[in-house]
Design a protein around this ligand. Structure first.
Ligand code: M6R
Length: 607
């Protein structure tokens, strides 16, 4: 969480930094701030403000166009509430050095005590401010900002991306990273540093990845990367394939709505090049042992739901047993893993701290690792043995939509590929599934073309206090996802249940008028009748049932949302779309901030 950007070059830095912050605001929006180097040896210009980036922008209105280097930060508060004082940048007592930070400095209290005893005055409650004072001490000794950064990184515990500027070196920005993301954008006579490439894609497509415990020094004309001993290292360069337009709203009222409507294209991009006349292609898995005795999927939030859905396909098609676990739980237990286990991590951002730590835990235990990820060059794929990218394009809204659908599809492609290699499915079965998968983009399009009545119906439920989601089989994780989206966006009580569990407790929640969204499997499914009975059970207790079902399914519900027919295991890629629209519309109707829901951030890079 927290978005970080730095710019040095011939153009006005304030404008570039604010532009980058706008693109990174999804990472945190409790407060924002900038520091600009105006002239050599003079105190920096610093402005910071609690609240959304707008507050800072209003305060700044066209100031300090003359500065050509600067840093900016958008915050998701961890240590210290979202106030002006706690907003970044944090400044040395002489006002000449500024630091911004993403992550957590675990030993900040210890450092603060020592620094205070040496006379440093603190102005905030943050962990980051200790870094600013410590760095200024080391800079005084060395006169070299990069060297000072290397020294202090050895004293810091925790996770961090740090950027620092000092007015004695007005064109220089120094960055460092440990367990948090930092990329360098390489322009013509200018450089950018940022948490992710979206901050600078409208200026350059050339980027450099920074490794763990590396320090980077940028000026307009040079980039030098070193390890913490000062040894120069060659950073990995990559080309950004995302289109700058893709990170803009393009006429939609919210990024989330735009991203929901991008799903047909996103799925089609995920599937591009995956099928040949003779079968499924997945070159990325060439180095992976597909005869693993067991697959363990680790992920958080919506990505975890993708894993739960994929389990059904992997087990049914590839006949490999699959467990799915929350990465945040896995990393704190003592699992039994061997090199016979293939661990698949799923992450849109590729930076989720819990998933990253779970991946490292699995590697230490000797498992093979594969990641399914959307963000090229991010940490999780970099540290995995193999990666399958989802190619969903940039997802800016905090609520994950197109990332989820493409994760499901990518995992199902992997399942098909394993089945082909293990020969657990016949060529004919694979071709049938291929055809069904290739129809999904058009089918999602069809749902989106007929979404207006659903939006209108949703507004009718805006004053409900609770919404329940029911599903069975793959419909159960889809129900969990529907509930997560609604909590996240509409701030309503929402829960997803397995239909069969109703009578074991949750049915007590049903009152007259309680909205229950029921996801019906295709009529051919062996659980179709069971779901129909579940609907009767909740109806008999007064529930207002909204059923999501395909055209062939007859259902007794107050509202029926139709989706196209598909293979049972592929159905979540369709049934989840109306659930996304429901949550979106509910958030709008309740006056909530759709793209930046309260208390959340897009990528959770802290524990
Ligand atoms: O970037 P990741 O896919 O690793 O993120 C995992 C979760 O934090 C994420 O899916 C979260 O649950 C979404 N905001 C849900 O919409």
């Amino acid at each position: 969480m927290c978005g970080i950007v730095g710019y040095t070059g011939p153009n006005p830095a304030l404008q570039k930094v604010l532009e980058g912050l706008k693109r990174l605001e999804y990472r945190g929006y409790d407060s924002a701030g900038v520091a600009l180097t105006l002239s050599k040896g003079q105190p920096l210009f610093v402005a910071k403000k609690a609240g959304k980036l707008n507050n800072l922008e209003n305060e700044l209105a066209a100031k300090h166009e003359s500065a050509h280097s600067g840093i900016g930060h958008t915050r998701w508060a961890t240590h210290g509430g979202p106030t002006d004082e706690n907003a970044h940048p944090h400044i040395s007592n002489d006002g000449k050095l500024a630091v911004i930070h993403n992550g957590i400095i675990e030993n900040y209290l210890e450092l603060r005590k020592e620094l205070e005893s040496r006379g440093h005055k603190f102005a905030s409650e943050t962990d980051t401010e200790s870094v600013a004072h410590l760095l200024s001490e080391h800079f005084k000794n060395t006169g070299d900002l990069a060297a000072a950064m290397r020294e202090i990184c050895q004293k810091l515990r925790g996770s961090f991306t740090l950027l620092a500027v000092h007015s004695d070196a007005p064109e220089t920005i120094v960055g460092a990273r440990r367990n948090s993301p930092l990329v360098v954008g390489v322009g013509a006579g200018e450089h950018f540093l940022a948490s992710d490439v979206s901050a600078f894609i409208s200026h350059t497509k050339q980027a450099l990845e920074l490794g763990q415990d590396q320090v980077v020094e940028v000026t307009p004309d040079a980039v030098v990367v070193t390890d913490l001993t000062g040894q120069v290292v060659q950073p990995k360069s990559f080309e950004i394939t995302w289109d700058a337009k893709a990170a803009e709203r393009g006429g939609f009222t919210h990024f989330m709505l735009k991203e929901i409507f991008e799903q047909p294209k996103a799925i089609s991009d995920t599937l591009t090049g995956r099928f040949t006349e003779s079968g499924v292609k997945c070159e990325e898995l060439k180095s992976i042992n597909l005869n693993a005795k067991r697959i363990l999927i680790l992920a958080c939030g919506t990505a975890y739901h993708a894993g739960l859905i994929a389990k059904y396909a992997i087990e049914e098609w590839a006949k490999t047993p699959v467990d799915v676990e929350l990465a945040s739980e896995f990393r704190y237990r003592k699992p039994v893993l061997t090199n016979d286990t293939l661990v698949i991590t799923i992450s849109q951002s590729g930076e989720t701290m819990d998933t990253l730590m779970a991946l490292r835990h699995a590697k230490e235990l000797g498992a093979q690792t594969l990641s399914v990820c959307n963000t090229i060059g991010s940490t999780i794929p970099r540290e995995s043995d193999a990666v399958v990218y989802t190619h969903a394009g940039p997802e800016i809204a905090v609520a994950s939509t197109k990332a989820l659908l493409t994760q499901i599809i990518a995992l199902q492609v992997i399942a098909l590929y394993i089945s082909q290699e293990k020969k657990t499915l016949s060529t004919h079965e694979i071709s049938k599934l291929r055809d069904a998968m290739l129809s999904l983009p058009n089918q999602v399009e069809e749902i989106l073309e007929t979404v207006e009545p659903l939006r209108e119906m949703t507004r009718g439920f805006k004053d409900s206090t609770s919404v329940l989601f029911l599903g069975r089989h793959v419909g159960f994780p889809a129900a969990l996802e529907g509930a997560l989206k609604l909590k996240e966006l509409a701030y309503m009580h929402a829960e997803g249940f397995a239909g069969g569990e109703l009578k074991h407790g949750p049915i007590a929640l049903i009152e007259a008028g309680t909205p229950v969204i029921a996801i019906m499997p295709p009529v051919t499914s062996e659980i179709s009748e069971k779901m129909r009975s579940n609907i009767q059970e909740v109806k008999a207790r007064g529930a207002n049932v909204i059923a999501i079902c395909d055209a062939n399914t007859e259902v007794d519900a107050s509202h029926v949302i139709r989706i196209p027919s598909t293979h049972e295991l592929l159905q979540p890629a369709l049934s989840i779309v109306p659930l996304q629209v429901f949550a979106y519309e509910m958030a709008v109707a309740r006056g909530n901030d759709v793209d930046q829901p309260r208390n959340l951030a897009k990528s959770v890079t802290v524990e």
